[in-house]
Design a protein around this ligand. Sequence first.
Ligand code: HEM
Length: 275
Amino acid sequence: MTWETVRDLGRTGATIYGPKVFSRLLFLSRARGWRYLLSWGHRISGIILVVFLLLHIWTLSSLKDPDSYNAKMRLFSSFPLVIMEWLLAIPVIFHALNGGRLLLYEGFGVKDDKALVGWGMASGAGYVLLLGWAMVRGDQWVSTSLFWMGATLLGLASTGLMVRPFWMSYQPLGWRLQRISAGFLLVVVPAHMFFMHLNVAVGHDASRVMERLASPLMKGLDLAIMGCVVFHGTYGVFSILSDYLGTRSARVALALAIGASGLLLFWAGLKVMIP
Ligand code: HEM
């Protein structure tokens, strides 16, 4: 089946056999608009990131027993898991760049979606390929302090840009803080993923991880990133689930349950960083 046939069938809404997922996506984008697909993509990638966050804190919690941490990391160095780790860059960078597009739209009224999506796709593909290259090489070196000084300054500048338009809005406090934290995460999450894969030992050797965490500046930065990620992610799960709840009391119960889970998660992360 040619691309033109799929496109025409997508337009008419007819059932297409063959590349079902793609034809279904194409049909939905025709019927509901591609913003609908992007918004579902954003939700799904957000949930994937929350699940990954849980796994990440669980693996890091074994740092107190370096042998067990190194054994887990040896498992993560097996070919299928390296490929899975690389593929994880796709939801991460999709969520980050599409989130950036939403911030520009909601906070600054930038509506040139076609150009933004085009730039986003090109830079997202560039990021995934560059990360793949770094993972295959696994032997790159950068100065930790220079890299993180640059990333932190950029992250703070991006957060600063978000404060005015979002803090002044009439939305609930959680909504506003979620957008402001997104400004910081937009820079530091892709930077973190890239940094950890520049050199295999950086993230896979317990003594190297502990050495980095021993620096008060790195500890402070990692705590700030973790705090923002946990708040942003748990508020995101709350906002998705509350769409399906009809009553105010159900939403309050959900907020309490998710707030408590977020605190527990933060506590688990804190124990990793301050043993
Ligand atoms: C990497 C930088 C990130 C940026 C720029 C970003 C941006 C955003 C934005 C702007 C929203 C609001 C979307 C809307 O409702 O209109 C959002 C929602 C969400 N984010 Fe993020 N985010 C980032 C990282 C993360 C991370 C690391 C997690 C998980 C721990 C996460 C989980 C979520 C979830 C679950 C939602 C709710 C999804 C939805 O309502 O569509 N995000 N993000």
